[in-house]
Design a protein around this ligand. Sequence first.
Ligand code: DAH
Length: 364
Amino acid sequence: MTEIISLQDGLLADIARTDTLDEVEALRVGALGKSGVVTALLKTLGAMTPDERKAKGPAIHALRESVTAALAARKAALEQAALDSRLASERIDMTLPADMPPQGSVHPVSQVMDELAEIFADLGFSVATGPEIEDDWRNFTALNIPETHPARAMHDTFYFPDRDVEGRAMLLRTHTSPVQVRTMMGGEPPFRIIAPGRVYRSDSDATHTPMFHQVEGLVIDKGIHLGHLKWTLETFLKAFFEREDIVLRLRPSYFPFTEPSVEVDVGYTLEKGQRIIGGSGDAENGGWMEVLGSGMVHPNVIRNCGLDPDEWQGFAFGTGVDRLAMLKYGMNDLRAFFDGDLRWLRHYGFSALDVPTLSGGVGA
Ligand code: DAH
């Protein structure tokens, strides 16, 4: 019996002295392993007489239990100590200054949207938004595009299988124009807003992607006429392209939600051999490039949005943000915008610290 007690004391003392998990494991094998000392004692139980077993059994089992428990406790303590020292050595002081500049870059689409917000803020416009999941009333009907109108087919719309609670067909908005409707119905005129955002059409090739970006503009006030539209767009395009020699050409056009409707072309000149994506000009004559759709907001649209067209008038415009980015920064494949290729992003991206401002140059 004293033998068992002194074996137990010795083992517990050895366990308490261990400094590493390897030492703990070595003691475990020496005591409880296949040929361990405790295992050997347990094996002697089988050969004992019942009386002997009654006398020694409990002590041997108690030995096994106390050694097992001591090993587990020591293992847990050493593991905790290792974790504590790792936590202490790997601590990061978040209040220290960074030793690396921020990584990543601002996507050209975000950059152009920021530039647009900056330019139009200076003209008194605020930024409005609307949901990408729209209903067909706001996307089409309210904008003077009734159900049977051919323009609905032109938009290659993605529809959802279900209707909303009001029984309206749900769709991914095909343009940012429904934000006009949301703006007019959601506040009191006058309004001066731009609405940049994602739009969707079932269309895909080098110059079309199923998701792309537009910016909408809307002014509703009293006595607004086409001259206000032309001045606003001219001022915007000069600021955006950062040149004073921009010439505009307003071409009669058709949009269901404007009357009259105009397409806006920017005139440009070319060096010999130079080409402009989407432009038809040559070195002798220069050319015109279509950049915007616009017009005076149709009285039906104003009326659909709950305002009296005899009292309130306005103009609207819309254009592709991706296209504006391509023109300004010289990219020629729209699909690359959405590939997430790091090399493209590093090349065409903008520094997050380089916020566009009018005073600093919007495209700096
Ligand atoms: N919503 C038109 C489109 O997606 C663009 C547009 C044209 C918007 C004329 C307007 C506008 O606000 O007046 O093609």
